[in-house]
Ligand binder design. Structure first.
Ligand code: PRP
Ligand code: URA
Length: 258
């Protein structure tokens, strides 16, 4: 490890370096987490903002993501696959949610059970984040849903906020921010700032495809937020689109592509 680099957390059984990313100034340690079927990366960057991004390495997620990336996939199938992936990812994302003991009675005897504590809030970033909500709510139907509307200016790549509908007591439990695309990171960073301003303290983010640029931006602006991604792609193009990516998620999801 070069001097001056620090690693926030490495819990691994084997270590390797991803050469693709290291060429662009990132060093990654990849840990095989056999029991959960996900690969945990710890981004090590030459900055003071180190934090973890968890990238899934699961055959079912990879298969569905291939469908989503395929340019010939129509909006109906795109939406279905996106929702299904979100449902699969939420299993790992919720692993560290707070729990409490509840006393119940089975038909046979009294039992102290572990149950979720605090109100969980899912917050999709419109439009594209909406496509991940149904899959998550199938697993956690009791979760609340807040909405943030952000549109990226295609010229400046700066996000413009047009909707903020969040529960008043966001601090009463964990918040999961949901947006399939983490490109420059501008939208996610703005969304996290809005969540913080509304009182959220325990926040994590689910995205489908992340660019290293977006991860870097998020960890600079919101170093305590853990990001879960189905894929970490190569880079952004000159228009701020993720490569290889999947194109414009909102347009592909809702069939508004010209
Ligand atoms: C997309 C996507 C993210 C944002 C990512 O939304 O869903 O919110 O771009 O880009 P960034 O990381 O560079 O900010 P978009 O602004 O296109 O709006 P839409 O979902 O309504 O199409
Ligand atoms: N927003 C998208 O929908 N796709 C990208 O590749 C980047 C931003």
């Amino acid at each position: 490890m070069p001097d001056g680099f620090a690693v926030e957390r490495i819990d691994m059984t084997c270590v390797c370096r991803a050469p693709l990313l290291s060429e662009r100034g990132f060093f990654m340690h990849k840990s095989m987490v056999q029991t959960t079927g996900c690969v945990r990366y710890t981004l090590v960057m030459p900055t003071t903002h180190e934090s973890g991004v968890i990238v899934f390495d699961h055959p079912l997620i990879a298969h569905k993501l291939a469908t989503i990336r395929d340019r010939t996939t129509g909006h109906r199938l795109f939406r279905a696959a996106l929702s299904q992936i979100a449902g699969l990812m939420v299993y790992e994302v919720t692993r560290s949610l707070p729990t409490t003991q509840r006393q119940i009675e089975t038909p046979m005897m009294p039992l102290s059970c572990r149950v979720l504590s605090g109100a969980i809030t899912i917050v999709p970033v419109l439009r594209a984040g909406l496509g991940m909500i149904d899959g998550i709510l199938e697993v956690m139907p009791e979760a609340r849903v807040g909405h943030l509307g952000l549109a990226r200016d295609e010229r400046t790549l700066e996000p413009h906020a047009y909707l903020n509908k969040l529960p008043r007591d966001l601090d009463s439990g964990p918040v999961i921010l949901v947006d399939p695309m983490l490109a420059t990171g501008g939208s996610a960073s703005a969304a996290l700032t809005m969540l913080r301003a509304a009182g959220a303290s325990d926040v994590r983010m689910i995205c489908l495809v992340a660019a290293p640029e977006g991860i870097s931006r998020l960890h600079a602006d919101h170093p305590d937020v853990r990001v879960y991604a189905a894929a970490l792609d190569e880079r952004l193009d000159e228009h701020g689109y993720i490569l290889p990516g999947l194109g414009d998620a909102g347009d592909r999801m809702y069939g508004t592509v010209e």
